[in-house]
Design a protein around this ligand. Structure first.
Ligand code: ZN
Length: 425
């Protein structure tokens, strides 16, 4: 914080008569930005959440946006607040209070100006690794509690350890537990294709894993109750480990996390096979399009899977995908009649492609774009013949197609269109 002088701005609803200094909890890829002060001499070398004083008549969030542009050369979005004990603010001194906003980078990467000589992106377990200004210790700790949960399932991990951040009953009476880092894959709330992992948390049974969010008021929402899109930055994104009713877990407890490897592996096999079947379907149905399709897949084929999918359900060693095949698809240029009349031919082509791809044994992995959190935009990549498969995906996968053994589909007509049943092994 700059030493405040002649500041008259008062935040809306603030009743202390104290004036406001704003500071930023900047979260990026699961880390919090800390900045080292160069001045005044009394605090030089200490670390802070960057920000500054609110000018007379200035809106506090606008003041923060301005300060970060001046001090760190970044454009930011203010997405929320880290509420403190003084009607939402944090104690600073007799005259001033500190208001801490949650901030995301819009453009630029922060660079120190004159007020700072060093910046650090701190992981959640590193919050105590720098010497914070006294007034910033508690706000920084609270801000770390709002960092999106780090997840290790995209790299295939089934073991990990974390610190318990939240414990509470779920609607059905079972216990929900949120930790700062986990290998557990949760069911996605918006596209619930792959079931959540099961296993052990601190030796207690985990019956299910669900997506959870935390808002600025501390409200935790789980699964279908979440009304925002995945990754919405106003929320903190987390994994709710579902334990039996009556389980006992303490806040701040360090826990070992063990995913049931057999269950995970069977779901990964089902999920990879599901994606392969979708790609093979795109290729095998390319001839039924009479004009340029609305979308093409990464291998250049009309993306029938994404254009027509209604629902996808991954199960151990398999998947079921329902598609529409009606008027709108026909309008887009897809010859539904000819396709439905030739399901046997299409099925044979799809199975031939799947056999060839599995025999080729290509590698398969998840690209997180360097973001270790649950909120990352993740992509499944597989080096199949004829161009790599690249599909947005939040699930888990085998590391090489050779692990699948055999993948086969059956395709049948339904009332809405058609269904693809994929089976592994
Ligand atoms: Zn997927």
């Amino acid at each position: 914080m700059t030493t405040p002088t002649q500041v008259t701005a008062d935040g809306p609803g603030h009743g202390h008569g104290q004036r406001v200094v704003v500071a930023a909890a900047i979260e990026h890829r699961g880390r919090l930005l800390a900045a080292r002060r160069t001045r005044p001499a009394a605090i030089a070398g200490r670390w802070e959440l960057p920000g500054g004083k609110v000018e007379p008549g200035e809106d506090p969030t606008q003041a923060l946006i301005r300060e970060l542009r001046e001090e760190l050369a970044v454009d930011v979005d203010v997405v929320g607040q880290i509420p403190g004990p003084l009607e939402g603010d944090w104690p600073l001194d007799g005259l001033f209070v500190l208001r801490v906003y949650r901030v995301r980078l819009r453009e630029g990467s922060p660079a120190p100006g004159v007020d700072h000589d060093e910046l650090q992106w701190l992981a959640p377990h590193e919050v105590s690794s720098v010497s914070w200004l006294d007034a910033d210790v508690e706000p920084a700790r609270a801000a770390m509690q709002r960092i999106d949960t780090w997840v290790d399932f995209p790299a295939g991990a089934v073991l990990g350890s974390g610190t318990v951040r939240w414990v509470g009953p779920l609607d059905d009476g079972r216990l929900g537990v949120i930790v700062d880092r986990t290998p557990f894959h949760p069911l996605d709330h918006g596209w619930p294709d792959q079931p959540g992992d099961i296993g052990l948390l601190g030796g207690r049974r985990v019956l299910d894993s669900l997506t959870a969010t935390i808002d600025d008021g501390g409200l935790v929402q789980v699964g279908a109750d979440i009304a925002v899109r995945r990754g919405d930055p106003t929320r903190t994104w987390a994994v709710a480990h579902v334990l039996p009713a009556g389980s006992s877990v303490s806040l701040g407890e360090g826990v070992e996390l063990v995913v049931d490897g057999g269950s995970r592996n069977a779901l990964s096999r089902g999920h990879s096979a599901c994606h392969l079947a979708a790609l093979a379907l795109n290729q095998a149905t390319a001839g039924f399009w009479s004009k340029e399709p609305p979308r093409r897949d990464s291998r250049g084929f009309p993306f029938l899977d994404q254009i027509a999918i209604l629902e996808s359900r991954i199960r151990p060693n398999g998947a079921s995908d329902s598609y529409r095949c009606g008027k709108s698809l026909r309008k887009a240029g897809f010859d539904s009649e000819s396709f439905l009349a030739d399901l046997t031919g299409v099925t044979d082509q799809v199975n031939a492609l799947l056999t060839a791809w599995v025999a080729q044994g290509a590698a398969s992995w998840i690209d997180t774009g360097g973001d270790p959190t649950l909120a990352a935009k993740r992509t499944w990549i597989c080096a199949v013949a004829g161009g790599p498969a690249v599909i947005p995906c939040g699930g888990t996968h085998v590391s090489a197609l050779g692990e699948l053994g055999e993948v086969r589909v059956s395709i049948m007509a339904t009332d809405a269109g058609f269904e693809v049943i994929t089976t592994v092994g």
